[in-house]
Design a protein around this ligand. Structure first.
Ligand code: 4AD
Ligand code: MG
Length: 426
């Protein structure tokens, strides 16, 4: 693998990959090969190379699949630090008129060819970072003895509001694609203590923004015997851990993306905490026309996060703008013990979470107020009938996190095949 070339300096090795690009300068030919783990430049000097091989290197076309043999050389000027002196080249599969050339293309042109677009160095770097982030999350929870308890994708419950549900026909019964696995994770937390679920969730968002997908991945933790503050601590440690892992293992990818790494290095623990009421004051002081009780939009989130180098928690939102399951603050009942984590650099909310309402009657009351079908929630309210405990949890959106860490302008690049308003292909 190209990633491991450093272990084979001055040895002859073979790379199985694709031709990214080629160049010629007088009597030297260059083939740039990619294999998914990275890119390397192969060099051939006419005088020192078999004529047939030299010829072939001139003919091979962009994105042909190729096997390349060569000696690994240290080359400080190469991004990866290595180069190949080519001794062999074999075309496995040709590629005629590859549609994505190395010049700039419009976003719609690229999105229509997403199955090929992901081969480009920028997209490949994003997807490698995404993979590292997902692995870091799994490692984080594993190291802390969380149990992975997956939640169903087909559900009869609307947990995050009824306006953006994808409805499906479940053999004649009405069902939905899950917006969240949280309610099920509350059940598994009562069985297993500390759990997480990790999978795709679905929201039929009707607006087109740079932060919303219709299908996205969420990791949700749920902890029995965990209060509001303890929950925030797990969240900030998770996000900090993710950043350190990417800084440690994806330097080349961050460089490919031209990410300002100092911004990620500036993130420190603990993250600042700001109550919603304090946040409203900050907004009003900076001239925003914003009233207590309103929900933040992207501009407000950006304005708030601009005050900090690290992500910032905004907590204790008005009950009216949050989900039915949030526990009211015992010292101020108009607000709930919920918090959003706003990423730095204006990337907006990456986590939503909080302490859950754990008493039976107030919870039943909230279900009624939200016009949710009580019978459907019977199993959920059972959790408050049989050994209810203070418990808390949160959900982190993977694509928003990837977009922030990679410094992307739009969330569509943060997932291999984005599902957006009016886009379901490829
Ligand atoms: O804030 P949300 O709606 O919270 C929940 O679903 C809770 N049940 C989580 C929990 O407490 N277990 O969503 C959580 C996160 C958001 O902070 C955001 O990062 C992401 O999911 N998210 C989206 N990402 C991409 N596209 C969308 N349409 C998103 N909606 C939410
Ligand atoms: Mg939210």
């Amino acid at each position: 693998m190209i990633k491991h070339l450093g272990k084979h300096v001055n040895q002859e090795i073979q790379i199985e990959g694709w031709l990214f690009n080629k160049r010629s300068s007088g009597k030297i030919r260059f083939v740039i090969v990619r294999d998914g783990s990275g890119q390397v430049q192969g060099v051939m000097a006419k005088q020192e190379t078999d004529p047939e091989l030299f010829e072939l290197a001139g003919e091979v076309t962009q994105e042909s699949s190729i096997r390349v043999r060569g000696f690994v050389r240290e080359e400080p000027r190469a991004p990866s630090g290595y180069e190949l002196t080519v001794t062999g080249l074999e075309v496995v599969g040709g590629s005629e008129d590859y549609p994505i050339t190395l010049k700039k293309h419009g976003v719609d042109f690229l999105a229509d060819r997403r199955h090929l677009w992901i081969r480009g160095p920028r997209q490949a770097s994003i997807l490698r970072i995404r993979s590292e982030i997902e692995q870091a999350i799994r490692d984080f929870f594993y190291q802390r003895d969380f149990i992975l308890a997956d939640s169903p994708i087909i559900t009869s419950l609307a947990a995050e509001g009824t306006t953006n549900l994808f409805e499906i026909d479940y053999h004649g019964e009405k069902a939905y694609l899950a917006q969240t696995g949280q309610l099920y994770s509350e059940a598994t937390a009562m069985a297993l203590g500390r759990v997480y679920n990790f999978g795709p969730v679905f929201r039929a968002e009707k607006s087109k923004t740079r932060r919303h997908l219709l299908e996205f991945w969420m990791v949700e933790a749920e902890m029995a015997y965990c209060d509001f503050e303890q929950n925030l601590k797990v969240q900030e440690e998770l996000v900090y851990y993710i950043i350190q892992r990417v800084l440690e293992r994806n330097r080349l990818d961050l460089n490919t993306l031209k990410r300002d790494i100092s911004k990620l290095e500036a993130v420190t623990l603990p993250f600042p905490r700001l109550s919603y009421t304090e946040a409203v004051k900050i907004l009003q002081d900076s001239g925003e026309d914003f009233q207590w009780g309103e929900d933040f939009g992207a501009p407000q989130e950006t304005l708030l996060s601009d005050h900090y180098e690290s992500p910032v928690f905004v907590h204790r939102f008005p009950a009216d703008i949050k989900a039915f399951y949030m526990k009211p603050d015992p010292s101020e009942s108009r607000v709930v013990l919920g918090a959003d984590l706003l990423a730095s650099e204006g990337y907006g909310e990456i986590i939503g979470g909080g302490q859950r309402l754990d008493e039976l009657e107030p919870l039943q009351q909230r279900i009624k107020e939200h016009n949710l079908p009580e019978e459907e929630f019977a199993w959920y309210t059972d959790l408050r009938r049989y050994g209810s405990v203070p418990h808390s949890g949160f959900g982190l959106g993977i694509e928003r996190t990837v977009a922030w860490i990679c410094g992307l302008e739009h969330i569509r690049e943060a997932i291999p095949f984005p599902r957006m308003l009016y886009r379901i292909r490829p």
